[in-house]
Design a protein around this ligand. Structure first.
Ligand SMILES: [Zn+2]
Length: 172
């Protein structure tokens, strides 16, 4: 039906919006680099990949360096601790699956990585989360691990002093 026809049927004027629920089911092929990463996650390992030109370590790896366009075949196991570079406090509940508000989503730069992972911060009041906070992964029980970064339930403060801004300013 054309827009004109819709207008003709509406005695109160043109239709300016409509409700159209849409659902799309799809599968994504993880590809070689992400498959290796997810197999590592299933074993409790965080495997990044290093660019042979600039030595940047991508986490999670994409299989190539977007700056140099070369494969990143060297694998680097990274520790499950790092630094919060940026974060946001979520105050609006939007899903039954989400934690109770307020909660914090953050970018966590693992030690030795050049790109940050997205994750939840817990184990401290939301208002105390800050840039530079040192955190470590809280893993789900071993028997629940699968090929999913959800194996890490959240990131908790390590108690270490905050990282200097200079240490992560280039990753924000
Ligand atoms: Zn590179």
């Amino acid at each position: 039906m054309s827009g004109r026809a819709i207008e003709d049927l509406n005695e109160d004027g043109p239709v300016t919006k409509m409700h159209a629920p849409i659902r799309l089911e799809y599968r994504i092929g993880a590809g070689t680099a992400q498959s290796r990463f997810l197999r590592g996650v299933a074993e409790g390992k965080l495997l990044g990949q290093k660019c042979p030109v600039c030595s940047k370590v991508y986490m999670p790896p994409r299989g190539s360096c977007p700056i140099h366009g070369v494969p990143t075949e060297e694998e680097v196991e990274l520790p499950d601790r790092g630094t919060v570079t940026t974060f946001c406090v979520v105050n609006i509940p939007f899903s039954d699956l989400a934690p109770e508000v307020p909660y914090v989503c953050a970018q966590v730069l693992l030690d030795g990585a050049d790109t940050a992972l997205f994750g939840l911060i817990a184990g401290m009041p939301a208002r105390e989360v800050r840039m530079g906070l040192r955190v470590r992964a809280e893993w789900a029980p071993r028997e629940e691990w699968t090929y999913n970064l959800g194996n890490i339930k959240w990131w908790e403060p390590t108690g270490e002093p905050d990282a200097d801004y200079d240490a992560y300013k280039d990753y924000i």
